[in-house]
Design a binder for this molecule. Structure first.
Ligand SMILES: [Zn+2]
Length: 631
């Protein structure tokens, strides 16, 4: 339950007022019918079987990959595509050029790719590829391999690809690579030839320029042969702990190490859309078992931040418990938090994060990345096309979780995101959230739009539909769409069903445009024994209004003005309103609100004191005018 500080010290009887509309019943569906929501939905299915042999002297590996691919679409596929992410880490790649031409390059990338020499670059060389047992031609352009098929894949059939490849692990520039800044030898992410996804929107074979992913749902069976000195953590459950040891086997059990200098790590991951891992000779490995049985693994170096990794463990458990309760239960047997990468990046069943910053930073990033197990891991939105749905939703849930972990009970736990968004909205840089992650003009615009405005989108939605319907909708979204690829419309429909309200206008305006909210209290006048408040809609984006009226004797009245296009009013939020007024059609620039109290008894009038409505000029939301009210 998310706590919002509402105080209602008294309720006035106001039923005699002529301006009060009859309050219609809140339309909450009584029964769950998730099946109806995705009738006709389909998604592709994949099984990867990989055998990888690491050469840690040259930072290269050879791989064999057998892929079973099921076409569940209604279309025959005459071509398939693979991502070859490592090819981005070569001078003059699209990622390199993009980083050297964008006005505000990522500090981790800048021109570093351009300066890689031949044994520092990344690459995938495809030595052979067969389709249904026969060799097929392919064409590689940068990070995408095109494979035209001699015979198309018919709907509802399963085909097999076999591939042999050799790869060089690049010096770590962004996310993946060898020797990260904290001395982790191998951060193995976006590291294997990965089939592109085909969904109801078609193929998603975007060249990799350093941002965001989308993958085919399936199972991974991955065997890694690697020098015995290394410890590996990653996606999937280790199948052979007895011949590995290294913290995977409970103490007291006997490890039977294989002959020779290699260990053979066999992992399986079911129902995921990617596989990542990391390896280092020094990794310490702790396992914490949650009350519900989920095991959280921690892999970290015995360096200056090792104590932080110990202290992190109870926070990680508490975070999972909170998110399980509010956003649906984490369904996989384990999750691994691994030192590696270059900040924090989410993968199915694991995350790679750096830890040489503050302890608070480590907790915050761990919370953020682990919540991606929901928003992107399970609710696998296309991160490239709809990055606000995974980064924004995750940032929202991260703010709520941190508020809980530190017992803050903030009026608006997402306030920082609102501030960032309002700053962007008042600038000339804003682009609509429909922009593809790769195509924002600036990194900064991408960051604030996707993380901050995306978080505001959700928290503001709780204002629009009410806290109760919102909570129900978030759990319905999880139940209906986990292990699938939801789109913005799918999310909208879940929320419409949970709230009984029309939300098309909200999606269209807040996602599809850069329109912003700005309401103001225009004038307040005595009108006999009542008070006339003229409200002004100054921004292009409409909103329903919560209005708090504080009387001189301390009594608080809550007034609600529904937005006509919503076709209803919100439910408990968490308290009911004292007065529901007639609705406001968005085309009208102003609205006369009649408050049934004499003007001299009114101390203060506020539009949305919960601050969940993203009014980008909040100073004019209060009567009498206050100078330092801008938060
Ligand atoms: Zn994120």
């Amino acid at each position: 339950m998310i706590m919002l500080k509402f105080f209602s010290t008294g309720i006035l009887v106001l039923t005699l007022l002529t301006t009060i509309a009859q309050r219609p019943p809140v339309n909450l569906p009584t029964q769950e019918q998730p099946g109806l929501v995705y009738q006709g939905y389909w998604q592709q299915r994949i099984q990867y079987q990989m055998d990888i042999t690491m050469d840690d002297k040259n930072h290269q590996f050879t791989g064999k990959q057998r892929i079973r691919y099921t076409n569940n679409s209604p279309d025959r596929l005459d071509i398939v595509f693979f991502h070859l992410y490592y090819n981005a880490f070569q001078p003059n790649s699209m990622m390199d050029i993009r980083s050297r031409t964008i006005s505000d390059p990522d500090g981790r990338v800048t021109d570093r790719i351009f300066h890689l020499n031949s044994n520092e670059i990344g690459y995938h060389k495809i030595n052979s590829l067969s389709y249904e047992g026969n060799p097929v031609d392919f064409k590689i352009e940068g990070t995408i391999m095109e494979v035209p098929l001699p015979v198309g894949i018919e709907p509802n059939t399963t085909v097999e690809f076999e591939m042999e490849f050799e790869s060089q692990i690049p010096v770590q520039i962004r996310r993946t690579g060898r020797f990260n800044q904290e001395g982790v030898d191998y951060s193995m992410t976006q590291w294997y030839p990965k089939m592109a996804e085909y969904d109801k929107e078609g193929w998603h074979a975007n060249p990799y320029v350093g941002r965001e992913f989308h993958g085919v749902w399936g199972d991974f069976d991955v065997t890694i042969h690697m020098n015995k000195k290394y410890v590996i953590g990653g996606t999937g459950v280790l199948q052979n702990p007895e011949s590995i040891g290294h913290g995977y086997l409970p103490e007291g059990n006997k490890v039977k190490l294989p002959e020779g200098e290699m260990l053979h790590w066999h992992f399986k991951a079911e129902n995921v859309h990617d596989f990542a891992w990391a390896a280092d000779p020094d990794f310490l490995h702790d396992v914490v078992r949650m009350e519900n049985g989920t095991r959280i693994h921690f892999f970290y170096q015995p360096d200056t931040s090792a104590q932080n990794w110990k202290d992190l463990q109870p926070y990680a458990v508490k975070s999972f418990e909170y998110v399980n309760k509010h956003f649906g239960v984490y369904p996989y047997p384990q999750y691994s938090i691994i030192q590696g990468g270059d900040g924090g990046m989410e993968y199915p069943m694991c995350t790679l994060i750096t830890s040489h910053g503050s302890f608070g930073g480590l907790v915050s990033v761990t919370v953020h990345e682990s919540i991606h197990s929901w928003f992107q891991g399970m609710l696998a939105t296309n991160e490239s096309k709809y990055p606000w749905m995974d980064e924004g939703f995750t940032t929202y849930a991260q703010s709520m979780t941190l508020d809980h972990l530190y017992d803050k009970n903030a009026v608006n736990p997402v306030a920082n995101s609102y501030m960032g968004y309002a700053m962007l909205a008042r600038s000339k840089d804003q682009e609509p959230l429909t922009t593809h992650a790769d195509h924002y003009k600036k990194n900064r615009t991408y960051g604030i739009s996707v993380y901050s405005k995306g978080a505001v989108f959700l928290h503001q939605l709780s204002y629009i539909v009410g806290q109760e319907a919102f909570q129900k909708g978030m759990l319905d979204y999880y139940k209906t769409w986990r292990f699938k690829h939801p789109t913005p419309d799918d999310f909208k429909r879940v929320m419409e069903r949970a709230s009984g309200l029309e939300l098309d206008w909200y999606m269209e305006q807040f996602i599809g445009t850069i329109n912003a909210v700005d309401y103001a209290i225009g004038s307040v006048e005595k009108q006999g024994k009542e008070t006339k408040v003229v409200l002004e809609k100054k921004g292009d984006m409409p909103m329903p209004l919560d209005i708090k009226v504080t009387l001189t004797d301390g009594t608080i009245e809550w007034h609600y003005i529904p937005l006509r296009i919503m076709r209803g009013e919100k439910g408990p939020d968490p308290e009911s309103f004292d007065v529901v007024h007639k609705d406001w059609g968005w085309a009208y620039p102003s609205y006369e609100l009649i408050v049934g109290t004499p003007m001299n008894k009114i101390k203060k009038i506020e539009i949305d004191p919960s601050r969940r409505m993203a009014d980008i000029y909040p100073l004019n939301n209060v009567y009498p005018k206050q100078e330092n009210n801008n938060n």
